[in-house]
Design a protein around this ligand. Structure first.
Ligand code: SF4
Ligand code: SF4
Length: 448
């Protein structure tokens, strides 16, 4: 079966939510929409306190090349534009706070295009639609999609991969979307292929999602047979772009490089769906599917949630926390970020809210001891790095050595720490090394 070199097989724990159909969460009374929810510059507000907005109204515009527009996710009144706790960034960042109106109304600009209108759109017009809709990669990286589908002119793109791997344990949002909205995803793939000048696309799904494979394959044969569903082996981190490209095409993205350098564009399945909605319905990205799961939540669910909804409101909608809940992670257990507040908002890149209680552990918690030189971490590193050495260099602040050994290529997937019998905090040391390197570079820049 199609796969990449290295990787691990953590317990999946998908059974908690995989059979829960997507449920629409009612509008909250208030949303907090950060201006920075994407890779690149924060968006600039175009509304002021007191302004009235509808769901889908533009509230902040992109700044510069790499940025993304932000829209209101509910109808209501802007109550404030102020710093708020953020699920990814370590400090509070500016957010637009909107108080809900009595009735939720859509912005009047949101109305469907006919099939004839859709077919007439040029690649440039589609890029503009995607940019104006504020679409970013929904797999977690939140890179602006309009930028990703505008590769450099000399990049010979020959393959589009729609990423339905969803390899993080516990998460099931993409699985449900593929099972419930396959036509939208396939039409999104067709639109993306048109923009890239391609005639076909691959849709890659891990083999632990047999229903999604069956449903998407059936839909593809009716909607756009040029979309070929590929079953990839269930293995973490199969959904990482470079690993998916290596598995499907046998092409290696160079160290520090990007997929377009080997002729490939990868888009998450949820992103393809958002692209379809932006083109077919003129709908900006103001809601997304989020898996709310883990032994610490009373009723695990897959929820369609308005961007800016606070985790606390989502928790109430899911029956509250269990008495034993002890840890809250935004995202999956491998690459997600532990949270210190239940007031964090759902942002465009939020694929899941995970509540743990000490059961269903992925890692054996053990005292950190000296490296045994067993080499397990080297054998499984999907980036072909030597995690034991890089982490040691970072620990002893031998930063030049760490850079030479490729610390920047580490995607912090956590696979090395997962297999380490010595309980070495490999990812923490690597993060620490990266932070020191970044600080050193900033100091040098300031001195210039
Ligand atoms: S070194 Fe980085 S990329 Fe390699 S397994 Fe560890 S966390 Fe993943
Ligand atoms: S897996 Fe752990 S003990 Fe083994 S070589 Fe890597 S760091 Fe050392």
């Amino acid at each position: 079966m199609i796969t990449f070199r290295g990787g691990i097989h953590p317990p999946e724990f998908k059974e908690l939510a995989e059979e829960k159909p997507i449920e629409v969460m009612p509008c909250p009374k208030q949303v907090v929409i950060p201006l920075s929810q994407h890779t690149g510059a924060p968006a600039k507000p175009v509304v002021a306190v007191g302004d009235e907005v509808k769901a889908g109204t533009l509230i902040a515009e992109p700044v510069g090349m790499i940025s993304a527009a932000v829209h209101s996710s509910i109808a209501g009144k802007v109550k404030g534009i102020e710093p708020w706790v953020h699920p990814v960034l370590p400090v509070p960042t500016k957010a637009v706070i909107i108080e809900a109106a009595e009735t939720d109304e859509l912005d009047p600009a949101i109305k469907p295009r006919t099939q004839a209108q859709i077919e007439k759109l040029s690649p440039e017009e589609i890029r503009e639609i995607v940019r104006d809709a504020g679409i970013v990669g929904l797999g977690g990286a939140a890179f602006p999609t309009s930028v990703k589908i505008t590769p450099p002119k000399d990049a010979a793109i020959d393959t589009l991969i729609i990423n339905g791997a969803e390899c993080e344990p516990f998460l099931t949002a993409d699985d449900r979307l593929m099972r419930e909205k396959p036509e939208g995803i396939i039409n999104g793939a067709r639109i993306l292929a048109k923009v890239l000048g391609l005639e076909r696309a691959f849709i890659a799904i891990e083999h632990n999602k047999p229903e999604a494979i069956r449903i998407v394959s059936e839909a593809a044969s009716k909607v756009w047979p040029a979309a070929e569903v590929l079953t990839v082996r269930t293995k973490y981190p199969q959904g990482a772009e470079k690993q998916l490209i290596s598995a499907i095409l046998g092409r290696e993205v160079p160290a520090g490089g990007l997929p377009f350098m080997v002729g490939v564009v990868v888009q998450n399945a949820g992103t393809a769906f958002a692209v379809y909605e932006s083109v077919a319905k003129r709908k900006p990205l103001y809601e997304r599917v989020v898996t709310v799961t883990g032994p610490g939540i009373a009723e695990p669910k897959n929820l369609l949630v308005r961007i800016g909804t606070l985790a606390a409101d989502v928790i109430s909608h899911c029956g509250g926390l269990t008495p034993s809940a002890s840890k809250f992670i935004s995202g999956g257990p491998m690459m997600g970020i532990a949270q210190a507040s239940l007031e964090v908002p759902i942002i465009k890149g939020t694929s899941g809210l995970l509540f743990l209680d000490g059961s269903k552990r992925l890692f054996k918690i053990s005292e950190e001891v000296n490296c045994l030189r067993c080499g397990h971490c080297v054998g499984i590193c999907p980036m072909k790095l030597v995690p034991a050495e890089i982490a040691r260099m970072a620990e002893y602040e031998k930063l030049e050595d760490a850079e030479r050994w490729g610390i920047a290529d580490c995607m912090e997937c956590g696979s090395c720490a997962f297999v380490c019998p010595s309980g070495r905090r490999l990812v923490q040391w690597i993060k620490y090394g990266k932070m020191l390197i970044f600080a050193e570079r900033s100091r040098k820049k300031e001195r210039k």
